[in-house]
Design a protein around this ligand. Structure first.
Ligand SMILES: NC(=O)c1ccc[n+]([C@@H]2O[C@H](COP(=O)([O-])OP(=O)(O)OC[C@H]3O[C@@H](n4cnc5c(N)ncnc54)[C@H](O)[C@@H]3O)[C@@H](O)[C@H]2O)c1
Ligand SMILES: O=c1ccn([C@@H]2O[C@H](COP(=O)(O)OP(=O)(O)O[C@H]3O[C@H](CO)[C@@H](O)[C@H](O)[C@H]3O)[C@@H](O)[C@H]2O)c(=O)[nH]1
Length: 449
């Protein structure tokens, strides 16, 4: 099938590569000329597992190409994925959907006189598809153009894997032709027989996506609220999370305690949904989601207080080796990164963090030029009074050599892991104190404290 992907950011570019991998002929449309040029040359503009490899392979054969021209895409493709951004409005009251509306309005008059499907993947407020349908209906071509709302559930860092092997495919649509288009574009996935296609109306598809992200944040804030309880009672939140997660009704997935959720999706999506359900008068939903956001908003402060405790007093002038900048491991994305939120708090408290990240240094430098950065983990560790793990990269949490290596470079062997991801054992053996959220501090054998 000939498809276009309009908007080639963290969602659209991997989605375009995955569509090419499924055998489609794909054109990606990207407004940003630099990003478009890199993609067209087969070079990934951000770090995402397997994406670079697929991009290089499929741009080399010509099955996947990129352009800044919407007209080229309109002419070429029969199905158009909309994957443009939906940032929060500046006042925080819901999404700014202008990129979505703008992309559809730009595409419609360019479509040639043959059937086409517009397939929305961006995350939107419920009601957006209905608004787009009205815009489509105003065009003479309306009978030829079908609209599908097909929300995306991929996780950054797993974008290719999640696109090729999704948990489910959701399609909000209203005509048999639209259903046929979705079944055709996802045919290679559906043929495997283990992925359910949920066909519903557009409003249900929109709410389903918002509800999924709202539930994910609820789970994270729940365990982080339990971390607070553990901190007060001297209980251990990692054991609590493990113990309750054994119950299949609860599960272990998406319930790692720590500094809270960040990234380009969950914070803005739950914010926009909270606002929308409030507007709609859904008071219980509004109360629940407000509490979820409130817990998350408090995590950077809780983490900063933990760092201060680990330091044994105020952080004024304290040199901190700060490991991690991306919003989670496996991506170079620093949008709304909890790690950088904490770094900011530490600076406010007078500390001097030096930040290192294996993949996100360029993005962090570009978006947060005010921080100090090191090009290697060795440079970041040099003469630090504290080491803070802000992002759970395996290079920091699972490198068996790091505790000894770091011990030789720092001034004091105090580790604060705000992702609760480190196995303290090797660090304690190397003489480190280990501090984590919602857990008692662990001290090395034979330590006086
Ligand atoms: N990032 C994810 O993992 C993910 C997963 C599921 C859903 N989503 C949703 O997908 C949407 C996109 O998210 P993202 O993270 O990729 O954002 P992003 O900002 O990384 O990418 C959006 C891209 O669209 C481009 N763009 C905007 N208007 C355009 C136009 N008219 N023509 C061509 N290109 C245009 C921008 O230049 C940008 O590169 C959002 O609604 C987001 O909530 C994202
Ligand atoms: O147990 C957990 C899981 C995640 N996080 C944090 O939550 C944030 C988001 O993580 P994750 O959900 O893995 O990343 P995203 O790539 O942002 O993906 C989310 O947002 C996407 C955009 O809507 C959806 O498509 C995905 O299904 C949804 O998981 C990150 O800061 C994580 O560190 C935790 O603190 N504890």
């Amino acid at each position: 099938m000939r498809v276009s992907v309009i908007g080639c950011g963290h969602l659209g570019a991997p989605h375009a590569a995955a569509m090419a991998e499924l055998g489609h002929e794909v054109i990606g449309v990207e407004l940003d000329p630099e990003k478009c040029k890199a993609l067209a040359a087969g070079v990934a503009p951000f770090y995402e597992a397997r994406f670079g490899e697929l991009l290089a392979a499929h741009t080399a054969t010509g099955r996947l190409r990129f352009s800044t021209s919407m007209a080229e895409a309109a002419d070429f493709a029969d199905l158009h994925f909309i994957a443009v951004g939906t940032p929060l409005r500046a006042d925080g009251r819901g999404y700014d959907t202008s990129q979505v509306i703008g992309a559809v309005e730009a595409l419609l008059p360019l479509l040639p006189p043959r059937p086409a499907a517009i397939v929305g993947k961006s995350t939107v407020t419920v009601g957006t598809a209905a608004r787009l349908q009205q815009i489509i209906d105003r065009f003479a071509s309306a009978a030829r153009v079908d609209l599908v709302w097909n929300p995306e559930f991929l996780r950054e860092g797993h974008a290719i894997e999640d696109s090729l092997r999704p948990d489910r495919i959701v399609a909000g649509l209203s005509t048999p032709k639209a259903r046929a288009a979705i079944e055709e574009v996802y045919a290679p996935i559906l043929a495997r027989g283990d992925v359910e296609l949920i066909v519903t109306d557009p409003a249900t598809a929109e709410v389903l996506k918002s509800a999924a992200n709202a539930f994910l944040t609820t789970k994270i804030s729940f365990i982080n609220a339990m971390a607070e309880v553990c901190e007060i009672t001297g209980a251990d939140v990692n054991t609590v999370a493990y113990g309750i997660g054994i119950d299949k009704r609860i599960g272990h997935g998406g319930m790692r305690p720590g500094i809270g959720y960040g990234g380009g999706c969950l914070p803005k999506d739950v914010r926009a949904f909270t606002h929308r359900v409030g507007e709609l008068g859904a008071r219980d939903a509004h109360g629940l989601l407000t509490a979820v956001e409130h817990v998350n908003d408090g995590r950077a402060r809780a983490a900063a207080e933990l760092v201060e405790k680990a330091n044994g007093g105020p952080l004024d002038g304290c040199p901190i080796s700060f490991l991690g900048a991306s919003f989670k491991a496996g991506t170079s994305d620093v949008r709304d990164s909890p790690a950088l939120r904490l770094a900011e708090r530490l600076v406010e408290r007078g500390a001097a963090p030096v930040i290192y990240d294996p993949e996100a240094l360029d993005a962090a430098r570009a978006f947060h030029p005010g921080f100090s950065y090191a090009d290697t983990v060795h440079d970041a560790l040099q003469a630090a009074d504290l080491v803070v793990i802000g992002t759970e990269w395996p290079q920091f949490t699972h490198d068996p050599g790091l505790p000894d290596e770091a011990a030789a470079l720092v001034r004091r062997k105090v580790l604060v892991d705000v992702r609760n991801a480190v196995d303290a054992g090797p660090w304690l053996l190397a003489g480190w104190e280990v501090w984590q959220l919602g857990r008692r501090p662990q001290r090395p054998p034979h330590s006086a404290a």
